[in-house]
Design a protein around this ligand. Structure first.
Ligand SMILES: [Zn+2]
Length: 215
């Protein structure tokens, strides 16, 4: 009986392990420091960090944080510089870019979708690069409002676009699993720049492109 229990524990444990390849130790994140801190938190909440089920937890959390905060060590501008010249002068919109980020107030995840549109001014960005920018900016301790504005400002600065619209919808774990506990609530933020800020009909055009089929 005890043997079979041990075997199933080992199987579970190796399934949980995301492996050494997940986040290489050459990451600039100080994983040893995170391991010590997580051990300390476990002890502080009244757990035994040396209990079998928790032995690997500090190392696992350290690798996870190295991945979740990897955007702190990356410059999103590198993706925005992969532009090409194109006469296209209508709106480009990428909808439903899914992302996960970490709320900097609670260190709990918030996740959702970003919709990013712009009106080019001779320079067009590869579509996948827009998703890359969201990825880098979301892999940092964040608040949704700043994330929205950061992406909009980066697009304006690097693309010299006539207009940029960023809308982010996200569900925050810190609202759904603690505090006010409102599961299903979604926070929507938007940042409008250039023509989408100054011109009402351009703004309503982009909002219809984003939300049109949901009304
Ligand atoms: Zn929070």
């Amino acid at each position: 009986m005890a043997d079979s229990a041990d075997t199933s524990y080992d199987t579970l444990s190796s399934e949980l392990d995301d492996g050494p390849a997940a986040a290489p130790e050459k990451s600039p994140v100080d994983q040893a420091r995170i391991r010590r801190a997580v051990r300390e938190i476990l002890a502080a909440v009244g757990e035994d960090p040396d209990r079998e089920g928790l032995l690997e937890t500090p190392a696992r959390v350290a690798r996870m944080y190295a991945e979740l905060f990897s955007g702190l060590h990356e410059d999103p501008r590198t993706h925005l510089r992969k532009v090409f010249t194109e006469k296209y002068d209508e709106v480009v919109l990428v909808k439903d870019i899914s992302f996960n980020s970490m709320c900097e107030h609670h260190m709990l995840p918030f996740m959702g979708k970003a919709h990013i549109g712009y009106l080019p001014n001779g320079r067009v960005l590869g579509l996948s690069k827009i998703a890359r920018v969201v990825e880098v900016v979301s892999k940092r301790p964040q608040v949704q409002e700043r994330m929205t504005e950061t992406i909009a400002d980066l697009m304006v600065e690097e693309l010299d676009a006539k207009g940029v619209a960023v809308v982010i919808e996200a569900s925050h774990s810190c609202m759904t699993m603690r505090g006010v506990r409102k599961p299903g609530s979604v926070c929507v933020t938007s940042a409008m720049r250039g023509i989408f800020r100054s011109n009402l009909s351009s703004r309503s055009e982009i909002m219809t492109l984003i939300y049109g089929d949901r009304r």
